[in-house]
Design a protein around this ligand. Sequence first.
Ligand SMILES: Nc1ncnc2c1ncn2[C@@H]1O[C@H](COP(=O)(O)OP(=O)(O)OP(=O)(O)O)[C@@H](O)[C@H]1O
Ligand SMILES: [Mg+2]
Length: 312
Amino acid sequence: MIKVEHLSKVYGNRVAVWDLSFDLKKGEILGFLGPNGAGKTTTMRMITGFIPPSSGTATVAGYDIAEEPLKVKGEIGYLCEAPPVYREMSVKSYLKFVARLKKVPRSRMNHCLDRALQLCGLEDVAGRVIGNLSKGYRQRVGLAQAIIHKPAVLILDEPTVGLDPRQIRDIRSLITELSGEQTVILSTHILPEVTVTCSRVIIISEGQVVAEDTVEGLTEGLSKSETMTLRVERTPEGFQGALAALDQVVDVAVESPNRFQVRLEGGDATRALLANTVVRSGAGLLEMARSTATLEEVFLKLVTEEPEGEVA
Ligand SMILES: Nc1ncnc2c1ncn2[C@@H]1O[C@H](COP(=O)(O)OP(=O)(O)OP(=O)(O)O)[C@@H](O)[C@H]1O
Ligand SMILES: [Mg+2]
């Protein structure tokens, strides 16, 4: 449904996106994960035809983004970073206006309108002026305009930003509902979002893909090692070095003065050794717990360290 080949975008001498390629089948939900400035928005703008790529191509539903940009736009629903919703219009009249722009036939207008209002939980505010709505509701209006014409492809740039926890849950379940029927690309830097909604994940950093896999596949790579959080009363001279020197301890990171993240292999045996070492050092062991946010670890590892054996 979406095919991206060697897409790059360069602004002056700043590389925003470099040699990005991926394929997305109908009904798949792709999580596009990356820190601020990684190139998520730039990639989405290129796929939706808002900016031209510096090099490379992409097709959406078989249409080339450079050769048939209007056809591409017709297949896509796009929620951009700062949705330009018309503040002085009512929710309903704005959505009608968008539906007309997107060439929704008159006969299907009411059906499409009701569906979008219902899916985005906007029925109660349909008659209100957009400018008076809360930020979260304006975000919902942005989402409603993206899905109004039942596009084959949805491109959502941080759809849950600024929403409260309940709305986040609602939007996530909406996205999950759409899967199978619609192909979705979703950008975020919120990791649980990806675990909950996406079938596949691409992690980009500084414009380049650093990982592409299923959520399970990504976390599996790290399952050999685990991370323990340590909290101690004090840190005697050479404490961190003593931990790092232990066999099977891969890495010791300082989180705050008396908190450490210790990555280790070897399971129970290594954990016992670690606990002993801390106790003998006189640091005063207050807490030792296994961290569970493994996708977070993968993400941080990939975006902060030099990728090992990077594929050209
Ligand atoms: N119009 C532009 N002119 C020059 N540089 C730009 C332009 N748009 C984006 N960039 C640069 O391209 C890089 C990627 O930006 P982009 O907005 O795609 O990141 P992002 O992953 O969406 O980040 P965020 O999480 O903050 O939204 C950044 O270094 C940014 O400064
Ligand atoms: Mg962005």
